[in-house]
Ligand binder design. Structure first.
Ligand code: GLU
Length: 314
């Protein structure tokens, strides 16, 4: 840690923060619109930190598995940026924030030449998968899956079949988004196959350490702090972090920028990752969510850490 003050030891501080913030988990609720997610334990709260030199810290329920959900969108967007010319890409997906929910349909019709507002909401992510290199949708899935494993420095990641099947069975909002985009020409591939890839990517099982290392890879401008592999270039990392800052917490992104002040990305499985550029990545998990779908305990934990360690980039 080079920025801010660390008064007690890092481990003691993290243990203490978890205990101080556990009560927030009682004020949120697990996601139920994907039936399998309703089985999650709402009381869990965990954190991992990975510094850009690879040093790691963990506390609370950091080992508890959860599905990555929308945090995977960071990896799709990274691949989309690597595989497409940026100017061409912005003709299909914007980089604008939204004041509507992550699965909102309204903007696709009323705004923005029918294109998704950004790659961090469902419409932009689903369209984004179709723009990743690969002869088939399975190849596109594999490219993004590989990127997630590489960013997490974890070869053992796998899809949680029960969550995947639950999402596939109930994902009609996402079907509506994707068919609308097929109708307007933003998507040109088979919708059901594309959604199948999207549901599988959302259902990858991770823990706090995996997402902390993913975030640390972004903090380290594309070089994994654990494997030393160069996965992408600093310019790509910069664009991803920019869009995370304005769009990563859905319609809560503005409040998150004020409260926490770090590029972040949340998922309805209860994870949030944040990036402290050139310093560290943080992964938190707490499946009890606020009304906008962000982990309530995770948010509060990040807010305290950001204040105490002066991590707010603004
Ligand atoms: N698989 C979830 C969905 O499509 C992802 C939502 C999220 O984490 O924001 O609804």
């Amino acid at each position: 840690m080079k920025r801010g003050h660390v008064e007690t030891s890092m481990q003691e501080k993290l243990d203490q923060l978890i205990e101080e913030h556990r009560h927030w988990t009682k004020k949120g609720a697990v996601a139920t619109y994907i039936p399998e997610l309703s089985k999650q334990d709402p009381d869990l709260l965990g954190i991992s930190i990975c510094e850009v030199d690879g040093t790691q810290w963990q506390a609370g329920d950091w080992q508890a598995p959860f599905t990555i959900q929308s945090i995977s969108k960071v990896a799709y967007f990274t691949c989309v940026l690597l595989d497409n010319d940026f100017e061409e890409l912005t003709k299909k997906i914007s980089v604008s924030p939204t004041a509507d929910g992550f699965n909102s349909i309204v903007n696709l019709e009323t705004k923005n030449e029918h294109k998704p507002l950004n790659a961090m909401i469902n419409s932009g992510a689903i369209a984004g998968i179709s723009l990743v290199k690969g002869a088939t949708i399975e190849d596109k899935f594999q490219r993004i899956f590989r990127m997630i494993c590489d960013m997490a420095g974890n070869e053992a990641l796998k899809v949680n079949e029960a969550v995947y099947l639950s999402e596939k069975r109930t994902g009609d909002r996402n079907r509506a988004l994707a068919y609308f985009m097929k109708g307007t020409g933003i998507i040109t591939v088979d919708v059901e196959e594309l959604l199948d890839a999207y549901f599988r990517l959302c259902s990858i099982e991770v823990n706090c350490r995996d997402i902390a290392i993913m975030a640390a890879t972004l903090a380290n401008e594309g070089v994994s702090p654990v494997t030393g592999k160069t996965l992408f270039d600093p310019k790509t990392a910069r664009i991803v972090k920019g869009v995370m800052t304005t769009c990563g917490l859905y319609d809560g992104s503005g409040e998150f920028a004020v409260d926490v002040g770090m590029p972040g990305k949340s998922g309805v499985g209860g994870g949030i990752m944040t990036v402290s550029p050139r310093l560290l990545g943080i992964g938190v998990m707490g499946p009890a969510l606020d009304a906008k779908g962000n982990s309530l305990g995770g948010w509060k934990l990040l807010q305290s850490l950001s204040e105490e360690w002066d991590l707010n980039i603004f």
